[in-house]
Write a protein that binds this ligand. Structure first.
Ligand SMILES: [Zn+2]
Length: 210
């Protein structure tokens, strides 16, 4: 797609929003503008265009607070006053919005995970991707995995590591301890459009039966 066509796409999408979506959700927007947001769910997802959490959960405006980054990573708790975008979103969601559920959503074919496994050779003069995905070095991958499986196993292990890191944030841990918050790991398969949920052992099973 050319640059001009890309902007045309933006304009066309916005026009459809104005003509179709907004008229149907006008009251929701008005209420949200007047009373503010009060979402119950924080979704931590990958930036990947194919794993769009608001589409997957059919979320209306105001229903989900979302933070997306490369490879849906929750970095380890590090209150060092540096620029932690993901940590800031988690802190706001838990302390201010008081969300009831945090769902971390990994996905099949994740480029961030592939970069962790294969290197960031396709990112010329890499300044940010490499340092960011270095967070993934904590992931434990069973030694008996090989071939194509290594990507899926690593994608799922990354979700579980993010959950573990999330529980290391003191305010997340205390909200869980008080029974006010639940954290869930999940995995979206792009081809089949299905979502799996991870258990405490890191095993994933479909959220809905076929
Ligand atoms: Zn991804």
């Amino acid at each position: 797609m050319s640059r001009e066509k890309s902007f045309e796409w933006i304009k066309k999408g916005y026009q459809a929003f104005r003509e179709e979506y907004y008229p149907n959700t006008k009251e929701i927007y008005r209420n949200l503008a007047e009373y503010g947001q009060d979402p119950d769910v924080l979704i931590i997802a990958c930036s990947d265009s194919r794993a769009n959490p608001t589409a997957i959960f059919k979320a209306l405006p105001g229903e989900v607070f979302v933070v997306r980054n490369v490879a849906n990573i929750v970095p380890p708790f590090a209150p060092d006053m540096k620029k932690h975008g993901t940590g800031a979103a988690i802190e706001y969601a838990v302390k201010v919005l008081k969300v009831k559920t945090i769902i971390v959503m990994g996905h099949a074919g994740c480029g961030g995970i592939a970069a962790h496994i294969d290197g960031t050779g396709n990112v010329k003069d890499d300044k940010f991707v490499g340092p960011w995905i270095r967070c993934l070095h904590d992931i434990h991958i069973p030694g008996d995995v090989s071939g194509k499986d290594v990507y899926e196993v690593t994608e799922k292990a990354n979700v579980m590591q993010s959950i573990k890191n999330l529980k290391g944030y003191d305010f997340v841990a205390s909200a869980i301890a008080q029974g006010q918050l639940e954290v869930i790991g999940s995995y979206f398969d792009i081809k089949s459009g299905t979502l799996q949920i991870g258990n405490d052992e890191g095993q994933f099973s479909p959220l809905l039966l076929p």
